[in-house]
Design a protein around this ligand. Structure first.
Ligand SMILES: N[C@@H](Cc1ccccc1)C(=O)O
Length: 482
């Protein structure tokens, strides 16, 4: 590759000197020493210069150390402040007593008897003092002074490494220079005029290394789970479904009673459902739901029997399934055909572990039309799963109070086997009749956080809800880990 303009300038500056340190060259080239080192390293790779790195270690006094320069270490000053002996009480009045007494004892300069401090001798200076004395001469201590590390430990001096680079031109560099260099400024951006006039043809253009990898940037992007949810919505829109919406707070009436879930059903217990203090009024015509529960209304069903409590039905809950939206949607849309879905969060009082959370998302769907049947239902589910990338689907018999027949779809996942992904069925007459719905309703509710887990290759469901930026950055936009 051709020399950069900066390398050329470096050679020109260096040639008359033969060898120079980066700081001197920087001054000559009117740039920073770090830049010179960078150019020199490029030129070195081409064999044009040699670069020698030298580290000089110096020891300079800290702020505390500076206070003792010329006066001696605290223990020395203290030692000089009295004669053969001094009462401890008096010595303690000295401003350096606190630091000095300890060091005098450690160095064996004194003994203390009956509250009196006695000198043990004339306290010859140790290597630390010898080293410290050098500061007074040159402002620093040479690295080979024996006592210097003791002073570092005491925080009186600190290490400073000075790195110098010596750059020398090689014969190859000189030869190249002698052959002549194009020193015109390189052009990085062409102007319109340069292009029109054709001047660009003779300009020295800056070369770019197109093989170099650029720095990675992480632009904002949609969370992998949200992306999957968006993909599912697109699939359902493509299949001709409309989207239904509704709040996460629902009355027990819509969450349970309208779905013919008996009032003493275990799922309606405190340990399974989050109950709220709020109450909602019952909708007009709710009596038909009551009659259905108590004796089967005017259908051939016998209902659940017993007394149905309106009070219980008014109690609000955090929706335990999105089927609560399906029945409301149907109550408002009795005319066929109806094809609707929603994707929303539901809440259950579960013990939390890697595959169970108290909140998760469901994908709910209904199809109501003249003559739709069980085979259509299985077909819809198979097609949806196929579009989500699951080719092997099977259906196991299931039970839900609101559907008959009921199934539990499962998909086959390599390495995991058959994984249950929700429930489905045809709404019972006990559900549809009170709302005057006259055609069969295919219904399903699928746990999609499970789908996401499989698609994104996660072992822990909780990962979907964590703000793990690293994971979000590394998860590819397409393919989602499959
Ligand atoms: N609501 C059921 C799923 C389901 C929906 C619709 C029909 C049948 C089953 C669940 O939460 O597990």
């Amino acid at each position: 590759m051709e020399l950069t303009q900066n390398e050329k300038k470096l050679l020109v500056a260096l040639a008359p000197l033969g060898s120079a340190d980066a700081a001197a060259l920087a001054e000559k080239m009117n740039t920073r020493p770090e830049a010179v080192v960078q150019y020199a390293n490029l030129a070195r790779e081409r064999g044009l210069v040699e670069v020698e790195r030298d580290v000089t270690r110096r020891y300079r006094p800290t702020e505390e150390g500076l206070a003792y320069v010329g006066k001696g270490l605290p223990e020395r000053q203290l030692f000089e402040s009295f004669g053969e002996a001094i009462p401890m009480r008096d010595l303690q009045k000295h401003p350096l007593a606190k630091i000095g007494i300890g060091w005098m004892r450690r160095k064996g300069w004194i003994t203390i008897r009956d509250g009196v401090v006695h000198k043990t001798g004339n306290a010859p200076p140790g290597p630390d003092e010898v080293a410290f004395a050098r500061v007074g001469e040159t402002g620093e201590i040479p690295a080979d002074e024996e006592g210097v590390l003791d002073l570092v430990k005491r925080g009186l001096v600190r290490e400073e490494d000075e790195v110098t680079y010596t750059i020398s031109i090689t014969p190859h560099g000189r030869a190249l220079l002698a052959a002549g260099l194009d020193l015109r400024e390189e052009v990085g951006t062409l102007t319109r005029e340069q292009i029109i006039s054709g001047a660009w043809e003779s300009l020295p253009l800056r070369r770019y290394d197109v093989t170099k990898l650029p720095r990675r940037v992480y632009p904002g992007k949609t969370h992998p789970y949200q992306r999957l949810i968006d993909e599912m919505r697109r699939v359902l829109f493509d299949m001709g479904f409309a989207e239904m919406s509704g709040g996460v707070v629902q009355s027990s009436f819509w969450n349970f009673d309208a779905l013919f879930q008996p009032q003493d059903h275990p799922a309606r217990e405190m340990q399974d459902t989050f109950f709220l203090a709020e109450r909602w009024p019952l909708p007009e015509g709710y009596e038909r739901v009551r009659e259905m529960h108590e004796h089967g209304g005017d259908t051939s069903s016998t209902g659940w029997g017993g007394r149905w409590s309106a009070e219980k039905a008014q109690q609000c809950v955090l929706r335990t399934h999105t089927t609560s939206l399906s029945i409301q949607h149907l109550a408002e849309h009795r005319e066929p055909p109806v094809k609707a879905f929603c994707i929303g969060r539901v809440y259950r009082r579960e013990a939390i572990d890697p595959t169970h959370l108290a909140e998760f998302e469901q994908l709910e769907g209904i199809v109501m039309d003249e003559g739709v049947n069980f085979r259509h239902l299985l077909g819809f589910l198979k097609e949806f799963y196929a579009k989500m990338g699951f080719d092997r689907v099977r259906f196991r018999p299931g039970y839900f109070p609101y559907t008959e027949p009921s199934v539990e779809p499962e998909v086959y996942v390599e390495g995991l086997g058959w994984v249950e992904l929700g429930g489905a069925g045809i709404f019972r007459e006990e559900v549809t009749a009170p709302f005057g719905i006259e055609h069969p309703v295919l219904a399903w509710g699928l746990g999609i956080s499970r789908v996401a887990m499989l698609r994104l290759g996660l072992r822990d469901l909780r990962h979907l809800y964590r703000s793990d930026v690293e994971w979000i950055r590394e998860t590819p936009i397409y393919g989602g880990g499959r």
